[in-house]
Write a protein of this length. Structure first.
Length: 236
């Protein structure tokens, strides 16, 4: 797992799960988002974040702003940043009206606030955001490769180009977001990404990496056979 050539960030909002992966030795950081937090039934966002940061102090963790108003979003970003030295503030690439958040990105990044700019799906967006990020402050550009693939477009070309231009900023890392399976890890590495964020259901499949396909075929045959037998199905 340590020789994958790319950093794995666990994506989720369940503290028990987060601690499990934190102690696994294969995770290098964590990401969260409002959707995952809501699904986890969390009602006190700040309280949840503080609990996480009490347990995980030596790995980067991204927490996202909620507001759609520039002034309030800035206040939220500064508040989130104050929670810990390992905290990255997730800022969406645009507001809900489609206007880019680049002015805020520039201001926060120049003030030394570590940002994870999220919801990016095009190479033009990558270039735009990169232009506004300070080269003196650590940052992450999160490209939703899985969502790009959902539209029938191979994200590899966008990720390869993004990897090349991001190298101009030594403090910026490229993150492959919204993966759909284990092979995304291989693709992300081959495209030159620094990080891939992975949901628990995919992390659980990591032992499948490198498994012999003939062995997997036999396991599949046995699964179908046992399921039919246990269900009591009969044809004759």
């Amino acid at each position: 797992m340590k020789d994958l050539g790319i950093k794995l960030y666990a994506d989720g909002a369940d503290l028990k799960d987060m601690l499990k992966w934190y102690n696994s030795g294969i995770i290098s950081g964590f990401t969260t988002n409002p959707t995952l937090i809501r699904k986890a039934g969390i009602t006190n966002y700040k309280g949840f974040a503080k609990n996480v940061l009490e347990e995980i102090k030596d790995m980067p963790i991204s927490f996202e702003v909620f507001s759609d108003d520039p002034e309030i979003m800035e206040k939220e970003a500064r508040e989130i940043s104050s929670w810990g030295k390992n905290v990255y503030v997730k800022i969406p690439v645009t507001f809900t009206n489609g206007i880019a958040t680049t002015n805020l990105i520039k201001k926060l990044s120049e003030d030394g606030i570590k940002l994870n700019v999220t919801a990016i799906l095009t190479f033009n967006q990558v270039q735009m955001v990169l232009h506004y990020l300070s080269k003196e402050t650590s940052s992450i550009i999160s490209v939703f490769a899985g969502r790009i693939a959902d539209t029938g477009i191979n994200p590899a070309d966008i990720m390869k180009l993004s990897s090349l231009v991001i190298k101009k900023n030594k403090n910026c890392e490229l993150l492959w977001a919204s993966p759909r399976g284990i092979y995304d890890i291989i693709q992300a590495r081959n495209c030159g990404c620094d990080i891939i964020t992975v949901l628990p259901e995919i992390l659980k499949k990591l032992p499948m990496l490198g498994k012999d396909l003939n062995e997997l075929s036999l396991d599949t045959v046995k699964m179908f056979y046992n399921d039919a037998k246990e269900a009591g199905y009969k044809i004759l």
